[in-house]
Design a protein around this ligand. Structure first.
Ligand code: AP5
Length: 243
């Protein structure tokens, strides 16, 4: 009843476009996908395209944690120090966030997990969560990029904080420098997007996340992507992998 009352204030155009989206999505098959790769490999760039094509919910633990930090919630306060240093936050903290988010109605037909799981413990806990619902991970997209390419990608990235839209000063520039194409609002650079913090983030990736790829390889569900190629080529590789 409360939800129905809230809908009364939603403009007609928004209701119709959501209705059309749901009709388009109804026949699409369920899919549960994980994106894994080092910082700046393109997970956040490709996720909105996969979300749109396959009608999945997109859960990015980095975005969720940054939102909690910005709101200064207890969770955000716990996560901030590790994030600023480029270290991973605790498994319990991120597993709790994902467990909660997977219950959203928009995730009922599947999901794209972007930045989770990042440790084998997280992967095991995710499997256990899905098992209770009779589900499993279908595919793990492994974004392969040499470390040497990532510094330029990370230090040139600009973000629209409201939507998470990301740009790059050289590879994907906005129409007007420093301004979001859609909202006209200013773009910002992430606090951890420096060459110095990138070193710790890469270290965390190689030590703690590479074993996650081995964990899913044993299950035969990893697809290797050549993520050094231009973004459009990576999108084509993903479409092929998921079709
Ligand atoms: P998170 O936000 O997940 O950061 P990340 O994994 O380091 O990934 P990024 O967002 O930096 O990179 P991306 O792959 O999305 O790259 P993008 O597409 O934007 O995590 C941040 C922090 O949160 C962590 O350090 C940790 O502290 C914490 N955290 C999060 N999840 C956690 C977990 N599960 N457990 C514990 N802690 C956790 O691309 C980068 C740039 O390159 C963009 O400017 C883009 O335009 C450009 N670009 C993209 N693709 C291409 C291409 N093909 N060619 C040229 N340029 C490209």
């Amino acid at each position: 009843m409360a939800a129905a009352a809230q809908l009364e204030d939603v403009p007609n155009e928004s209701l119709f476009s959501e209705l059309l989206r749901r009709m388009k999505c109804a026949p699409k098959p369920e899919k549960r996908i994980i994106l894994v790769g080092p910082p700046g490999c393109g997970k956040g760039t490709q996720s909105p395209i996969i979300k749109e094509d396959f009608c999945l919910c997109h859960l990015a633990t980095g975005d969720m944690l940054r939102a909690a930090v910005a709101k200064q919630t207890p969770l955000g306060l716990q996560a901030k120090a590790a994030m600023d240093k480029g270290e991973l936050v605790t498994d319990d903290l991120v597993v709790g966030i994902i467990d909660e988010a997977l219950k959203r109605p928009s995730c009922s037909k599947g999901f794209i997990l972007d930045g989770f799981p990042r440790t084998v413990v997280q992967a095991e806990k995710l499997d256990a969560m899905l098992e209770t619902q009779g589900h499993k991970v279908d595919k793990v997209l492994n974004f392969n990029v040499e470390d040497s390419v990532l510094e330029e990608r990370i230090t040139g990235r600009w973000i629209h904080p409201g939507s998470g839209r990301s740009y790059h000063s050289k590879f994907a520039p906005p129409k007007v420098s420093g301004i979001d194409d859609v909202s006209g609002e200013p773009l910002i650079q992430r606090k951890d997007d420096t060459a110095e913090v990138l070193k710790s983030r890469l270290d965390a990736f190689h030590k703690q996340t590479t074993p996650v790829i081995a964990y899913y390889s044993q299950k035969g569900i990893v697809v290797d992507l050549q993520a050094e190629k231009p973004a459009k080529d990576v999108t084509s590789q993903i479409e092929k992998a998921l079709s």
